[in-house]
Design a protein around this ligand. Structure first.
Ligand code: NAD
Length: 273
């Protein structure tokens, strides 16, 4: 499954929609500190915004800022008509309460879909902004015309960022979903009994070829860096000829996260309107 090609397709579609608007939607990213990985991710967001035609605002705050000051800034951005989307760049320094800060973002501007109100909407299959990586997995499955109704799907990893929202998205599409995690006993038995295996853990080659049946669909969300090389959670080389579809790392799910952020910024603007 080619995530790069699909990303370009989605970004072009979004760009066309944005050109029709008589207003320029915007993304404001709030960063606390100077985490090098965050700097890279924020740059990618800026490039995407410039490409699609969004206004990009970066609020880079020093890591001695108080929680009260951040909450005050979010309140101001929530009220601003010029700022249509807000994203809190994770991770935040330990002294800050991530959940409290995330929940302060107006749910209609919360393009990460991590505000509790958006999570409740997701669980109840209601309109709302949803987490980008989970949406990206859905985009890939949809692009390759993989029907989900009635399929047995194993998700490995239950984070609020990826695994948990994916569970609800897929379950809302009438799949039968098993959510696995670090305490799951006999993971192999579950993956061998699944039509689709989605891994979002962060452990290189956790999924080996003996855990996959012939023709299983394998989606690898994991990103692991070793000696400067990126690996997924799936042993791609030994599974690629066995699976019916498989995503590479890099070039699979990763590009779709940014593409779905572009879609979410547009959706955020539309639902506010
Ligand atoms: P996380 O650390 O929050 O969650 C990891 C999950 O894996 C937990 O639920 C844990 O229970 C489970 N787990 C740990 N060890 C396990 C094991 N041996 N067997 C089964 N389950 C196990 O991580 P996250 O934020 O969900 O990210 C997961 C991976 O996805 C990371 O590699 C991250 O870099 C990557 N990621 C990629 C994108 C992307 O755009 N491609 C986006 C977000 C995260």
């Amino acid at each position: 499954m080619d995530g790069i090609k699909l990303k370009e397709k989605i970004l072009n579609e979004v760009k066309c929609e944005v050109q029709k608007l008589d207003f320029t939607p915007s993304l404001c990213v709030i960063q606390v500190g100077n985490n090098p990985a965050s700097n890279v991710y924020i740059k990618q967001k800026e490039i995407m915004c410039n490409n699609v035609g969004y206004k990009f605002i970066h609020k880079k705050l020093s890591d001695d800022i108080t929680e009260k000051e951040i909450l005050h800034l979010i309140d101001k951005l929530n009220k601003s008509d010029d700022i249509t989307s807000i994203l809190i760049q994770m991770p935040l320094p330990d002294y800050l309460d991530e959940k409290k800060i995330q929940n302060r973002v107006n749910p209609l501007k919360d393009v990460d879909g991590l505000n509790d109100i958006n999570i409740i909407n997701l669980i109840n299959n209601k309109q709302g902004l949803k987490p980008c990586t989970a949406l990206g997995v859905l985009e890939l499955l949809n692009e390759y015309k993989i029907t989900l109704k009635g399929k047995k799907i194993a998700i490995i990893g239950r984070s609020t960022l990826v695994g948990m929202p994916l569970f609800h998205l897929l379950e809302n599409k009438d799949a039968t979903v098993t959510l696995c995690h670090s305490k799951t006993i006999n993971l192999k038995e579950i993956t061998l009994n699944s039509d689709i295996v989605i891994c979002a853990v962060g452990k290189k080659h956790l999924i080996t070829q003996d855990m996959i049946n012939k023709d299983t669909i394998v989606i690898d969300v994991g990103i692991n860096k070793e000696n400067g090389i990126l690996y997924g959670d799936v042993d791609f080389e030994n599974i690629k000829n066995k699976a019916s579809y498989i995503t590479p790392v890099p070039g699979g799910v990763g590009p779709l996260t940014i593409a779905c952020l572009a879609k979410n910024i547009l959706e955020s603007y539309n639902i506010q309107k």
